[in-house]
Write a protein that binds this ligand. Structure first.
Ligand SMILES: [Fe+2]
Ligand SMILES: [Fe+2]
Length: 247
């Protein structure tokens, strides 16, 4: 029995969305076929796969049905967290999604799921992504204050949701945690954030995150051990569509 994770499948099986939302680059060519094949190679039905956001380009649940069906047909137990592109998933209606996909998919939001003696906790998270102002050498010398204020509001909301997740697990007696975020835990300006602080506060062993696409963005946030917590990027294109073995 093993625990795997990956993010950013960005599926678009429903044809009318295909042309509009194609992500370009070799790594994205037939990525859904390669990912399924890799899952079937490394995983069994006893394993758990956490999909950490940006599942589908669909804007409504009906535009995502085939994408979610594809996820249902991957091996093992599937747990999903929200990404910034997952418009089909209203955070306040997570229970309805869990009811609709009972026994097939589990949606993690303000709750947690057990894995052996660990609690799998998480939320979408958020990081400030600019606009930044650069000098001639490309060094950041400022940023949009309005965008920063807006980001702070979303970060506060996500911080509350992450705490709900940890507290739900703690109330059930869990003391060991693996934490999942869609967004990186820190922005390019930060060495720590409310998310890294919460991981430390609860003693999460690992933080797995996604959202960063393309070589230029892979090192926007923390990789490796930092204050006893291990941070791993698990965006699909970074992993070349091989699910990351977490435990
Ligand atoms: Fe993404
Ligand atoms: Fe994203």
């Amino acid at each position: 029995m093993s625990l795997y994770a990956i993010g950013d499948l960005h599926l678009h099986f429903q044809s009318e969305l295909k042309a509009e939302h194609q992500i370009h680059g070799k790594v994205w060519q037939n990525h859904e076929k390669r990912f399924k094949r890799n899952c079937e190679k490394v995983m069994t039905d006893d394993d758990t796969l956490v999909l950490i956001g940006d599942h589908s380009w669909g804007r409504t649940l009906s535009e995502c049905e085939e994408d979610l069906e594809y996820i249902c047909n991957l091996p093992g137990r599937k747990i999903l967290i929200r990404g910034n592109h997952d418009m089909f998933w209203d955070a306040k209606k997570t229970r309805a999604l869990n009811d609709l996909y009972t026994g097939r998919l589990s949606f993690l939001q303000d709750n947690y799921y057990p894995y052996e003696d660990y609690a799998l906790v998480g939320t979408k998270g958020f990081t400030f992504e600019g606009p930044f102002y650069l000098n001639m050498q490309g060094k950041v010398i400022g940023w949009s204050e309005d965008a920063y204020d807006h980001a702070e509001k979303i970060i506060a909301r996500e911080q509350k949701r992450l705490r709900n997740s940890f507290e739900a697990a703690r109330a059930d007696g869990f003391t060991k945690y693996i934490m999942f975020l869609h967004y990186p835990p820190t922005s390019i300006l930060e060495r720590a954030s409310v998310f890294t602080e919460m991981a430390q506060e609860y003693g999460a062993e690992k933080v797995i995150y996604a959202h960063s696409h393309g070589k230029a963005r892979f090192h926007d946030s923390i990789h490796g051990k930092y204050h006893k917590v291990e941070y791993r990027l698990a965006s699909g294109d970074f992993l070349k569509w091989v699910p990351l073995k977490v435990l």
